[in-house]
Design a protein around this ligand. Structure first.
Ligand code: EMZ
Length: 386
């Protein structure tokens, strides 16, 4: 099997009963697996709630023990959700501006040049983590040197090598954000911290705690996800040099290729919801106060929707993937991620002839019934110039 392959561990359960079960810290989760069911649940935010009292519970693994700040707008339901979302949408659409893209191009171009100049490079730490952190300075509009500190935190802000949930590590992020918000309170600039603190909803200023909730989400939500999609894309093009050639020959497929890679990799496996009333999913009874998850990774391999779902079809025409979620809570960082991918693929196609995977260690999520590869812990690659 090629190293970049990400198989579909959910197939049998999805095509059989339609759901799976996962014991997360003694709190059972019903994993919804089919594309149609996943979209139905995501749509029904009243029955499947994000903004419940227990902060962190919709994340799997649950973060109730490591987080007290509500992530915004992720852990808020309509109608309040819309107020936050309206406020944030403009800022998170900045990646569509030419000046933003020029700076992102510089960042990515430098990292690719660095990879080409080395004999081999460990892509997770030395390529993707750097790229993600440096690109994030643009999204926050803060000095580029801030990225050095974020890089030192490693690939996940809440997880460490030996712990799936590491509260010491989480506290480093919370203290950092508190401090940055205090700086912005004293001296307002044109960065996301200051913009948030100056914003109002229905005539009321956003509190520091609310701003902190947005910032935590911005740091946590787009970290391992972006790192995985970047690393997996590099591995894919290393395994498929003809696909890289195809991007050169047919640049018009760039956008569909990006959506396809994001569908295939589905860097966020699932997202949970808390059930507010006794109900059913896939003809299976679900109790109020229990949890479901919408398994984006499984929905994105549903053969009823995607022909040859386990293949990367770079020019796939219809691609209603749910890798960025679906409905009200769809990913706020999607525009930024798509720009990263667009520039990354363009630079790779332009500068790189081939890449060779020297060795790698897979990153496997253990989800009781299912083991799912999300990417790599490490992957050593040799980049060859064109
Ligand atoms: C949460 C989540 C958001 C969570 C879109 O996903 O990402 C996870 O990696 C974080 O641990 O706190 O931000």
């Amino acid at each position: 099997m090629e190293k970049s392959t990400i198989s579909d561990p959910f197939k049998e359960a999805r095509e059989g009963k339609g759901f799976g079960k996962l014991n997360d810290q003694n709190d059972l989760v019903t994993m919804v697996l089919g594309h149609k069911d996943v979209r139905k649940c995501a749509h029904n935010w009243k029955t499947f709630q994000s903004g419940g009292e227990e902060i962190g519970r919709i994340v799997i693994p649950s973060e109730v023990h490591i987080r007290e700040t509500r992530q915004i707008p992720f852990e808020v339901d309509p109608p309040k959700h819309k107020d936050y979302r309206d406020l944030l949408d403009t800022w998170f659409k900045r990646p569509l501006e030419a000046a933003y893209q020029d700076r992102l191009y510089q960042i990515i171009n430098d990292i690719v040049d660095e990879a080409l100049s080395k004999k081999t490079i460990e892509v997770v730490e030395e390529f993707s983590l750097k790229l993600q952190s440096r690109a994030l300075t643009l999204l926050l509009n803060v000095p580029s040197k801030e990225a050095d500190l974020w890089i030192s935190w490693g690939t996940h802000v809440f997880r460490s090598e030996d712990k799936a949930l590491d509260s010491d590590k989480a506290n480093i992020l919370y203290d950092y954000i508190d401090n940055q918000l205090d700086i912005a309170i004293k001296n307002s600039k044109n960065d996301l911290y200051s913009i948030l603190l100056a914003s109002e909803i229905n005539g009321k200023k956003i509190s520091k705690e609310e701003a902190k909730g947005v910032m935590i989400l911005t740091f946590a939500g787009g970290r391992d996800t972006v790192i995985n999609v970047v690393t997996n894309s590099i591995a894919y093009f290393a395994d498929h040099p003809t696909s890289l050639q195809r991007l050169r020959d047919e640049p018009e497929i760039l956008n569909t290729a990006i959506e396809e890679l994001i569908r295939y990799f589905s860097p966020l496996t699932q997202m949970g919801r808390v059930v507010t009333e006794d109900t059913h999913v896939c003809e299976h009874a679900i109790k109020a106060q229990s949890r479901i998850s919408m398994c984006w990774a499984s929905a994105n391999r549903d053969e009823r929707v995607f022909e040859n779902a386990n293949e990367v079809v770079l020019d796939r025409k219809l691609n209603p993937h749910v890798a960025f979620g679906f409905g009200t809570h769809n990913c706020l960082g999607a525009t930024h991620t798509r720009q990263i991918m667009k520039i990354l693929l363009t630079v790779l196609a332009h500068k790189v002839k081939s890449m060779k995977i020297i060795n790698c260690e897979e990153n496997i999520e253990n989800l009781d019934e299912f083991d799912r590869k999300v990417g790599f812990k490490k992957i050593q690659i040799k980049f060859n110039k064109r």
